[in-house]
Design a binder for this molecule. Sequence first.
Ligand SMILES: Nc1ncnc2c1ncn2[C@@H]1O[C@H](COP(=O)(O)OP(=O)(O)OP(=O)(O)O)[C@@H](O)[C@H]1O
Ligand SMILES: O=C(O)C1=C[C@@H](O)[C@@H](O)[C@H](O)C1
Ligand SMILES: [Mg+2]
Length: 178
Amino acid sequence: MARRSIFLVGPMGAGKTTVGRRLAQNLGLEFFDSDEEIERRTGTTIPIIFEIEGEAGFRKREHQVLSELTALSGVVLATGGGAVLLPENRELLRSRGTVVYLRTSVAEQLRRTRSSTHRPLLQADDPEQRLRDLAEMREPLYEAVADIVVESPGRKVGATVKDVLDRLADAHFTTGPG
Ligand SMILES: Nc1ncnc2c1ncn2[C@@H]1O[C@H](COP(=O)(O)OP(=O)(O)OP(=O)(O)O)[C@@H](O)[C@H]1O
Ligand SMILES: O=C(O)C1=C[C@@H](O)[C@@H](O)[C@H](O)C1
Ligand SMILES: [Mg+2]
């Protein structure tokens, strides 16, 4: 019998990877991260994939990885910030698991991603404006796929993990069959 999976969505720096890994440990589930899986398969980094293949090339790879990882049962999957852009991806996420939207502010995103050079979309003259533009376009998409919305403000990661666990319990999420 298939076991339900948890898919984390949200913008860059929302904490999908960090919270997702801890959540999986807590629930005794296997953890996957679509960005890490793309890097593992290609043997290179996301900025280099963007450089060589453009964003469109990256999105194709992302769709392939998401279609495989969402087919697994009983896992926690952290997605990339743009995973909700393709309607096909939204359908995979919505139909195959419980989707948790980690919501945060642009100010907090900036703080959390400041020292990173690993997010090509933030290599802009004005990263704050870029994050605002992305949020305006993507927030409705995160909302559309989400079963649960959890705020991920400037607190300790453990507090956000606990909030996600509480909200999953409220939604009667179990790691058992079904
Ligand atoms: N809830 C939280 N409270 C405090 N700090 C956090 C929280 N979540 C994440 N962080 C910190 O913010 C940074 C970015 O988090 P993370 O890489 O998990 O974001 P992400 O949502 O996976 O981003 P991306 O879409 O780019 O993969 C990390 O250094 C992490 O420790
Ligand atoms: O928000 C985005 O579009 C992205 C977020 C990251 O997780 C990576 O998937 C990549 O840098 C693109
Ligand atoms: Mg991540």
